[in-house]
Design a binder for this molecule. Structure first.
Ligand code: SF4
Length: 205
């Protein structure tokens, strides 16, 4: 397949995004427009970014093969939105095989078919669900909360809660602790057991 743009590759991550030692490979491109997006480069013109086909990325990150094998780690695909690149993920999995665990950091703001295909090759998911209140979600991301939540419900059933971490951020000027409490209650009712609750740090200009 053709090469696709990446905004960054970061090696030797431990306990940040998945099991064991991981390399983060961050795709360009995202369907959302979060007001405090930390990865603005993924929303801008991709000109000048490095491009890799699956084989090229596999060759590049394979330098850490021994770390991955020894720790049960592998590659975490982020972005941007990695589930926009499910063709790439499938081809990459054919190259790396079962020896590397793949993780995806995703908003699940993609068609259901993309989630279904991703579950066949991705071992663990880190879901940035952001908010349960659709009005707050829309105001902060520009997207439709129902799509992400419907996909999350399906994902939990399919993969099992042990393979899904859900991030619940307190977003200054957009939601409150009480909103986060409501999101956690809803997640718990869905069977989510791994919830990462935290606060966005917004730089004042
Ligand atoms: S989902 Fe992530 S990458 Fe996309 S706009 Fe929001 S913060 Fe940025």
């Amino acid at each position: 397949m053709n090469s696709v743009p990446f905004i960054g590759i970061d090696r030797h991550r431990l306990g940040i995004d998945g099991v064991g030692v991981t390399t983060l490979a961050a795709f360009h491109g995202c369907p959302l427009r979060c007001k405090y997006c930390l990865n603005r480069r993924c929303l801008e013109d991709p000109e000048g970014l490095p491009h890799y086909a699956p084989q090229q990325l596999y060759n590049k990150v394979g330098v850490d093969n021994l770390y991955f094998i020894a720790t049960g780690g592998g590659v975490c695909f982020g972005g941007g939105e990695p589930l926009l690149r499910v063709d790439f993920l499938e081809e990459f999995k054919l190259l790396c095989g079962k020896g590397w665990n793949l993780t995806a950091e995703t908003s699940l703001q993609v068609p259901r078919e993309s989630v279904e295909r991703a579950t066949e090759v991705v071992g663990d998911f880190i879901v940035d669900i952001k908010e349960s209140n659709p009005d707050i979600y829309k105001a902060y991301t520009g997207g439709d909360a129902a799509r992400a939540w419907d996909n999350l419900e399906w994902l939990i059933q399919k993969k099992g809660p042990e393979h899904v971490i859900v991030r619940v951020p307190l977003i200054p000027d957009f939601n409150t602790e009480a909103d986060c409490d409501r999101t956690v209650v809803r997640l718990t009712a869905m069977g989510v057991t791994r919830i990462d609750r935290f606060t966005y740090r917004v730089q004042q200009s």
